[in-house]
Ligand binder design. Structure first.
Ligand SMILES: NC(=O)c1ccc[n+]([C@@H]2O[C@H](COP(=O)([O-])OP(=O)(O)OC[C@H]3O[C@@H](n4cnc5c(N)ncnc54)[C@H](O)[C@@H]3O)[C@@H](O)[C@H]2O)c1
Length: 250
């Protein structure tokens, strides 16, 4: 199996604990990026203490200078990046009337413009190598209705950015996919949502971060080279169920 230099944004977050572990177990070298330097270092250290290879980088994906510096530092310390996992993201629990244009735009900046900027910065290296794997962590909230419109709009945008980049990478060895999780066992998920899982998710359980990691590990393999432009939904079946007339779950 090919072992890659994989840049992971938001690497210090809850879901990335599982992603980092699975990708390191698959033999990849991780570039753990987070806006919070301590979180980035802790993530890299956790991988190293399990015997994996990882480097920490502090960068804000919404700051162009940080993203440029990230590529320079990555090249110098590790080498060319061959895969990107855009996992940095925020959920602002504001409904319409609680938002203003600035707070709405901030969520789009982190969840949508940030991934674009990272892909834009590293694209030429992948094109030069005629190989790359890009995985954007979107959400089922990008395809269904959701109470928090900035988050839903940002993830809908991210999934469609994924599809639209197929044009740029046509005929190259670069694939671009979205992973769309449902309810994952992280701090982002409030107790009220967890309590609803048995009645709203056909598997009756939350998704573990390791399951997201296992899916991404597969996407990085050569066997996955025809998976391209997909929304890889991993939600226990939640989005496929229409419960309005189900007396058990209504
Ligand atoms: N937890 C879930 O149930 C769930 C479901 C669907 C999608 N997602 C998505 O998965 C991704 C990871 O979620 P999580 O639950 O691990 O969240 P988390 O809050 O635990 O982790 C997010 C990480 O991103 C970092 N970050 C935030 N802004 C940044 C920036 N500007 N630049 C660089 N790093 C930044 C944070 O410091 C944090 O370490 C997010 O994109 C989220 O929207 C989560």
């Amino acid at each position: 199996m090919r072992s890659l230099n994989v840049l992971i944004t938001g690497a210090g977050g809850g879901m990335c604990r599982g992603i980092n572990r699975r990708l390191a177990d698959a033999g990849h070298t991780l570039l753990c990026v987070d806006i919070d330097a301590e979180r980035a270092e802790a993530a890299a250290e956790a991988v190293r203490s399990d015997g994996g290879k990882a480097f920490a980088f502090a960068a804000d994906v919404t700051t162009p200078d940080d993203v440029k510096r990230l590529r320079r530092d990555a090249l110098e310390q590790v080498g060319a990046v061959q895969a990107i996992v855009n996992a940095a993201g925020v959920l602002d629990r504001k409904m319409l009337l609680d938002h203003d244009a600035a707070s709405f735009a901030k969520v789009l900046d982190i969840n949508l413009v940030g991934p674009f900027a990272v892909i834009r910065e590293f694209a030429q290296d992948m094109l030069d190598a005629d190989f790359g794997r890009i995985v954007n962590i979107s959400s089922i909230a990008g395809t269904t209705g959701y109470p928090y419109p900035s988050y839903a709009a940002s993830k809908a945008g991210l999934s469609n950015l994924t599809r639209s980049l197929l044009m740029d990478f046509w005929g190259t060895g670069i694939t671009v996919n979205s992973v769309c999780p449902g309810v994952v066992d992280t701090q982002m998920v409030i107790q009220e949502v967890r309590d609803q899982v048995p009645n709203k998710v056909p598997t009756g359980r939350v998704v573990e971060p390791e399951e997201i990691g296992a899916l991404i590990a597969f996407v990085l393999t050569d066997d996955a080279r025809s998976i391209n432009g997909a929304d890889l939904v991993i939600d226990g079946g939640a989005t496929q169920i229409f419960r309005l007339f189900d007396p058990q779950h209504a």
